[in-house]
Design a protein around this ligand. Structure first.
Ligand code: GLU
Length: 315
């Protein structure tokens, strides 16, 4: 078997929060425990909502915790560019390949149409697409194109995708009923996360994807794309989410869990890593430790499957 290649894939839409770092720590440990390498890719597809300043800050924050990567970001490497905002020609190439398979169609539905009250929702809360634009005729498409530019969707078959997640075990998803035809390029021309992430992980030789449980339900869509495009599938392991003490999802807008707030308290990198490792079940006490020192104790078996609430007063 070749070398394990893991990755960090931050979206620079704000400064990383503790949940992002919790996940980055687990991604680093999972790859390094196997003697692997880690690639850093900046997920700035949506250029209006992201900024290179936050991308640089993400690098600083990872380094502060001792989470060093081997390729990508400002280190560069043979598979660049490592910023999704610069990789559109490559995404377009893959889109063309899917189009040539007859699997892509334009969708003119407005947001309101998509969110019509009775639309079924997938497990991640996204709407399962009704298939309204699936069989438009060439004339209908020409007429509609005059009024609005379409999103592009991938036609999915009635097929169940099954895979074994490294942490959550067997996951099965029926593409047609639980996900529906999904977007590859938005109507404003921005490529969709699902396509870009597969394109990049494949091009960057990633063999191990570790990320938050909120993306578990995206994995079957991504596996379907890997198969269509003939790329080798990586292993997936999803991590529980870190929640605020009151059970809320952490957000980049929450100042209390940002690194800025932690810096003000003058925590060192190893102190933060120790607290995160304690929350991940890897340490009995939140004592200061480096990521390197955690390698011998890391095991997915110790990491909880339920989301983890930040205890009041830990940070
Ligand atoms: N860019 C995503 C995030 O910051 C992660 C995507 C992925 O790991 O596949 O949440």
């Amino acid at each position: 078997m070749g070398q394990v290649v893991g990755r960090f894939a931050p979206t620079p839409s704000g400064r990383m929060h503790l949940g992002n770092l919790f996940c980055s720590l687990l991604a680093w440990l999972a790859a390094k425990r196997e003697g692997g390498r880690v690639v850093l890719r900046v997920e700035d597809l949506d250029q209006e909502r992201t900024s290179p300043l936050f991308a640089r800050q993400a690098e600083e924050d990872l380094k502060f915790l001792g989470l060093f990567w081997d390729e990508g970001g400002s280190l560069g490497g043979p598979h660049g560019p490592y910023e999704q905002g610069k990789r559109s020609p490559y995404y377009q190439e893959l889109l063309d390949r899917l189009e040539a398979l007859g699997l892509v169609y334009p969708c003119f539905c407005s947001r309101a149409e998509l969110h019509a009250a009775n639309a079924p929702h997938a497990s991640d809360g996204e709407v399962v697409y009704s298939g309204k634009c699936r069989s438009l005729t060439a004339e209908e498409i020409t007429l509609r194109r005059e009024k609005r530019s379409p999103a592009l969707r991938l036609r999915v078959p009635e097929e169940t995708i099954a895979f074994v997640d490294g942490h959550y075990g067997l996951v099965e998803q029926d593409l047609a009923t639980e996900c529906g035809d999904f977007i590859l390029r938005r109507s404003d021309g921005v490529f969709a996360y699902q396509l870009a992430v597969v394109a990049d992980d494949a091009a960057m030789g990633v063999t191990q994807v570790v990320r938050g449980r909120d993306l578990l339900s995206s994995a079957p869509r991504q596996i379907y794309l890997y198969r269509l495009l003939g790329f080798p599938e990586p292993e997936f392991a999803h991590a529980p989410l870190l929640l605020a003490p009151d059970g809320r999802r952490l957000s980049k807008r929450d100042r209390d869990v940002s690194l800025e707030a932690l810096e003000e308290k003058e925590y060192t990198g190893p102190e933060i890593v120790g607290k995160l490792a304690f929350l991940a079940g890897l340490l009995h006490r939140p004592e200061a430790v480096t990521p390197q020192e955690l390698l011998p104790v890391f095991s997915w078996d110790k990491v909880p499957r339920e989301d983890v609430c930040l205890p009041q007063g830990l940070f």
